[in-house]
Design a protein around this ligand. Sequence first.
Ligand code: P6P
Length: 331
Amino acid sequence: MTKIQTIERFIFERQPHTAHGEFTNLLYDIALVAKLIAYKTNRAGLVDILGRVGVVNVQGESQQKLDVFADELIVRICDHTGRLCVMASEEREDIITIPSEYRKGAYVLVFDPLDGSSNIDVNVSIGTIFGIYRCKDWDLRGRLEDVLQPARDLAAAGYILFGASTMMVYSTGQGVHGFTLDLEIGEFLLSHENMELPEPPAYYSVNHAYYERWSSNVQRYVRWLQGQDGSDAPILSSRYIGSLVADFHRNLLRGGVFFYPAEIKKPNGKIRLLYEAGPLAFLIKQAGGYASDGRQPILDITPANLHQRVPFYIGNHSLVKRAEYFIGQDE
Ligand code: P6P
């Protein structure tokens, strides 16, 4: 019988011998969150949970009920366990402090509770993205300074993909590992150990509708990816779902580059640094790839605020480095 490896056993077997279990238990908590959101997401078409709540979140985007559910679920599961000193969510303007009646812990959780939620009611895959930092100060006050850390300092990062199957993919700095939810037994089972970007890459992913909004250098990069102008690019196909976690996951498995460039009227693009670009940049480095804002590694950027946006290029190292080459040329 093949060795069935649950995510709990996998995490436990890899925790440092000196560990006290706090970090390990925090990863268990996230696996529990994944199961609960999966349950709700799978039933979204059945239960009256579709449609917009009517509330507009800090991003100016109307919140869908599953957005609200996922955000509140993560906070409820994680705020009283004594593992965190502070949290931050894409759906909330300010940091999420730990209620005074609960003990604080040594970690910080940042998350996008349900990215791509506009895809919910058209049955396209959506995802949760998370990052775990260590609290920066010993008295665990849980301040904004504990959240605004560069992704290079992440202790762990990962995502949950709610698609044809539910997957949880994470790294603690020892490779990227994927687990698929077995609905029969309600467990995440190891399905993709040591995920690495394949070569040659298969795809490039960008929203071509915005071509006229990009700089001429970015336009030249796109034509290079398409094999135009004497390009030495690999033969690539175009795939863009409009759901970051789904696009990222496909490119991680097949190789490729996803990018959301700066636009002339949106110099910082759309993707958020703290809880989208940063955690994915941590993962892609562990998988042998690279992530950039077009000029520098995403891993090295310290967020100036919770909801800072960055131009975003992520995937196979050579494809992202070529983006930096084109963008770095004189306009
Ligand atoms: P556009 C979803 O709103 C999201 O943040 C990502 O999931 C996705 O990659 C991107 O926006 C799609 O944006 O402008 O191409 O529709």
